[in-house]
Write a protein that binds this ligand. Structure first.
Ligand code: PLP
Length: 388
């Protein structure tokens, strides 16, 4: 039995995912929507939090040299990326970092390019800042994988008012880990048209089926100078509630501008527990993560087999990374509202409707499979019940 097989009750813990009454108006819904995991963090992280709690003093905190060494070590050993510690700055979360970047680097007339279907806060945050959003739709190829429409991307980047491109690497949803070749093309186009790259790499540690991740800023110096890279232990080690993320900015001027907005909102200190957890996770979490990846791959295979057998009209896009599985339910010929209602009222299961991620996500469902296999099985039985 794997440590990840243990089912832990998360009800009544103020969990966004599990407080289904508040979100969906129902108690008895199985939540497989928002992206956090039903697994406890690595023991070393929990021990670090115990030590901090035992210390009993929770004053203002800033991550110290040991945290920076932990981040550097993690990037070097997991991703072969050597960074200078001076490029590290922080943010409570990646959505906050993206919002800060939009404010720091774009003006009200500027345009921002995103690649739907994509993590919806990218375009929602841009719209909240009243920036115009340009959509470079991903193309579905014959292998059921997303690819980039580079001609369209260049057209959007070449607009004089385009100042920012928000990249999701690996991509959520769909789980593509962009290849070095694809990233090189993106980087060259952004340099050619002087567009800043915000690279959200929050899922980059969760690499499945031997996929290989390249941080776009690691490809060459010019790309590094043009990129803000966002990383975090939050998805990797299930620490989202601790609010600690790192933002890597090589270009000094860009870093100063980012920090100025951090200061503007009083965000220069970090959560004491978050900082300790980040350090412990990056220092000691490698073995735990390897086991997690193995378990998640098992969950993906389980889903593929189940759907093949019981719901062949739903096609699985096998993720190269992340624990979010993108299910193509277009053959069922139902609207997103119909799907959502059937899932909630008949199946008693909550998934993310695909259209939330952009128009080309309509007819898809996103399922969070970071839970014990027993829960995955329960979810699939509910899905079958809802849709057959
Ligand atoms: C691509 C991506 N970026 C950012 C986030 C959220 O990050 P945070 O909680 O640090 O704001 C998520 C969460 O699902 C995500 O998938």
């Amino acid at each position: 039995m794997s440590r990840f097989d243990q089912v832990i009750n998360r009800k009544n813990t103020n969990s966004v995912k599990w407080d289904t009454k508040k979100i969906f108006g129902m108690e008895d819904v199985l939540p497989m929507w928002v992206a956090d995991m039903d697994f406890p963090a690595p023991d070393e992280v929990i021990d670090a939090l115990h030590s901090r709690a035992d210390h009993g003093i929770f004053g203002y905190t800033m991550p110290g040299t040991n945290t920076e060494i932990a981040i550097q070590g993690w990037l070097k050993t997991r991703h072969n990326w050597e960074i200078d510690k001076d490029i590290i700055t922080y943010s409570p979360g990646i959505v906050t970092a993206i919002s800060i970047a939009i404010q720091a680097y774009t003006g009200s007339e500027d345009k921002i390019v995103v690649q739907p279907p994509v993590y919806y806060p990218f375009f929602e945050m841009a719209k909240k800042h009243k920036r115009e959003v340009l959509y470079n739709q991903l193309i579905l190829n014959s292998d059921n994988r997303y690819e980039i429409d580079f001609a369209d991307l260049e057209e959007k980047l070449s607009d004089n008012m385009t100042k920012m491109f928000i990249l999701c690497n690996p991509h959520n949803p769909g789980g593509r880990v962009w290849s070095k070749e694809e990233l090189t093309k993106i980087g060259e186009l952004c340099i050619k048209h002087d567009v800043l790259i915000i690279s959200d790499d929050i899922h980059s540690d969760l690499l499945l089926f031997d996929s290989h991740y390249t941080p776009i800023a690691s490809i060459n110096k010019a790309f590094a100078e043009q990129t803000i890279t966002c990383i975090a232990p939050s998805k990797t080690f299930n620490l989202a509630g601790l609010q600690a993320s790192a933002v890597l900015i090589t270009n000094d001027t860009l870093k100063r501008k980012y920090n100025a907005v951090l200061q503007l909102y009083g965000l220069m200190t970090v959560n004491t527990f978050g900082s300790d957890a980040m350090e412990a996770a990056y220092k000691h979490g490698g073995k735990w993560l390897n086991e997690l990846i193995h378990y998640l791959e098992g969950n993906v295979r389980f889903i593929e087999n189940f759907l093949n057998e019981h719901l062949p009209d739903i096609k699985v896009m096998r993720p190269e990374a992340t624990y979010l599985v993108w299910l193509d339910a277009r053959n069922l010929k139902k609207t997103d509202d119909e799907l959502k209602n059937l899932l909630l009222t008949k199946g008693k299961i909550a998934l993310e409707p695909g259209s939330k991620f952009g128009k080309n996500g309509a007819g898809y469902l996103r399922m969070n499979i970071a839970c014990p296999r027993e829960t995955v099985k329960d979810g699939l039985d509910r899905l079958k019940n809802a849709l057959t």
